[in-house]
Design a protein around this ligand. Structure first.
Ligand code: NIG
Ligand code: FE
Length: 488
């Protein structure tokens, strides 16, 4: 295989923004407005996060196999800088249905954008070659857009394996939750954890997602439930997101559950979220979305509405944990308020299926949570047949879905939820990208899209959901840079 890794995606992302890493740059790194730094220096410096308390941590990125290039010279945007060739299939995800299949295609990128998907025999001639270019051999595998996970909770302290044991012995998720365990147990651990500990854990979770092929994820706060603590969680997401190859779209989830200190003052907590958390998080540019947990034992529909009115006024998009265990008519509220997504939906009514399809609210289905909480599978088929945009997420969190495998969610969707292989691919690419307002930028391989792609060691796109539980992702490219490379 011939791979020239120009530089690590996350490192370049961090360095080009110069966010919190200024003092890690060598004095002569910036010349004529261009960044000049050796690959060794990148390895050395940029994969460390400069954290608030002055300590540094190393992100858990898998090592790149070859790192040879030394500068980030600007290249004309029409010149090929990365060519991924020798693929059995390229999934462009173009068109309204299916996977936009190109048999024996090659993907040509320039800098951080895709130039085009071309036939294999024109891979090296379709576009002028940049003076420095990398060729990645897909070795007869499949090439897909970088996966997009629209629902994760990657910032948290502690873990809940003891509760997992309790559930294995028959206790229910809601029972444990109402007894002060569940989300509140993670709230206690998160409040105790330092910024550094949370950032390390978050970086590790993002690296796990990346290893399965995820290059963009939505990520929520929601495990502190105080004003400053929720903002701190969003700060962790910003800090790690700015330094990690995975792009993070942040969501405030202040209304995840009622914190113990407000046990007798529900209205006061809802007011704190609506009148203080939401405006502060929005004004400080810490998140793009506001989420809430509309459920028995969490927040009522009326309480969510109060928070959503404030979020909309603050310019935030809306997402909602709805109908996970019981029908609270949260999905109808999400649809009526123009929410970007309604998530979970195991207990959704037929009327609400029609409502969210009509409203264009994406149904984000979380098979990992349904599996772990022994819920009925969400009605994916009904949602698709009603014309809804259906996406799949890991729901990566320490309680209801401790997994970072988005391909496993595709397998569950195909095996248990009546989704076709094609629908499962759309549900981890185009559909979640649209729900995050990123359609056109990621989730597809077409001219102008961000050069985020994955090579899976698989002869056919159906192989990935079919051969479940194993990780077939071999190479992940983020913004035109190889960030994972593990051919064996
Ligand atoms: O999406 N259901 C609410 N929130 C998360 C679970 C959080 C937790 O159990 O820590 C979910 O399943
Ligand atoms: Fe969740």
């Amino acid at each position: 295989m011939n791979v020239d890794v120009l530089h690590r995606g996350g490192a370049v992302k961090a360095l080009s923004r110069l966010y919190r890493l200024k003092d890690l740059l060598p004095a002569d790194a910036l010349q004529d407005g261009r960044l000049r730094i050796t690959a060794a220096e990148l390895e050395d410096r940029a994969l460390r996060l400069s954290l608030d308390d002055g300590t540094e941590v190393t992100t858990a990125l898998p090592p790149a196999e070859t790192t040879t290039e030394t500068t980030t010279e600007a290249t004309a945007e029409t010149e090929a800088t990365l060519i991924v060739r020798n693929a059995a299939q390229v999934l462009t995800m173009e068109g309204d249905h299916g996977v936009g299949l190109v048999e024996h295609g090659a993907v040509v990128c320039s800098g951080h954008r895709v130039l085009g998907v071309v036939p294999e025999d024109t891979a090296m001639t379709a576009f002028p070659l940049g003076q420095q270019h990398a060729v990645v051999d897909a070795q007869g595998g499949i090439v897909t857009p970088g996966l997009v996970d629209p629902h994760t909770h990657p910032v948290f302290g502690g873990e809940r394996s003891v509760e997992f044991g309790m559930k294995a012995e028959g206790r229910s998720y809601l029972e444990i939750h109402k007894a002060g365990g569940g989300i509140l147990s993670t709230v206690r651990s998160t409040r105790e954890a330092s910024f550094t500990t949370l950032a390390q854990r978050c970086a590790k979770n993002l690296s796990h997602l990346l290893s399965w092929g995820v290059t963009t994820c939505e990520a929520k706060s929601g495990y502190d439930l105080t004003l400053e603590g929720e903002l701190r969680m969003l700060e962790v997401l910003r800090t790690v997101g700015d330094c990690h190859p995975v792009d993070v779209v942040a969501t405030l989830l202040g209304a995840h559950t009622l914190p113990p200190e407000y046990a007798d003052r529900r209205e006061a907590y809802v007011e704190l979220v609506a009148a203080e958390m939401v405006p502060r998080a929005a004004a400080e540019g810490l998140c793009a979305y506001c989420d809430a947990y509309c459920e028995d034992g969490a927040f009522t529909r009326a309480e969510v509405e109060r928070i959503f009115v404030a979020a909309r006024a603050a310019g935030l998009g809306l997402r909602l944990h709805a109908e996970q265990f019981t029908d609270q008519r949260g999905a109808e509220l999400a649809a009526a308020m123009g929410a970007a997504s309604a998530d979970h939906l195991e207990a959704i009514s037929p009327e609400a299926v029609a409502a969210i399809a009509a409203a264009g609210t994406t149904a984000v289905l979380l098979p990992g949570a349904a599996l772990a909480c022994r819920c009925p599978w969400p009605p994916a088929r009904d949602l698709l047949d009603a014309g809804a945009n259906v996406a799949l997420g890991t729901d990566l969190n320490p309680g209801s879905s401790m997994t970072s495998s988005l391909p496993l969610m595709m397998s569950l969707a195909c095996m248990q939820m009546g989704m076709s292989c094609e629908e499962s691919w759309r549900a981890v690419t185009r559909a979640p990208a649209a729900s995050l307002g990123l359609d056109g930028r990621c989730g597809r391989l077409a001219a102008g899209a961000q050069a985020d792609l994955v090579i899976f060691e698989a002869p056919d796109y159906r192989y990935v959901p079919y051969h479940y539980g194993d990780n077939h992702a071999r190479v992940v490219v983020k913004s035109g840079h190889v960030v994972v490379n593990r051919w064996s």
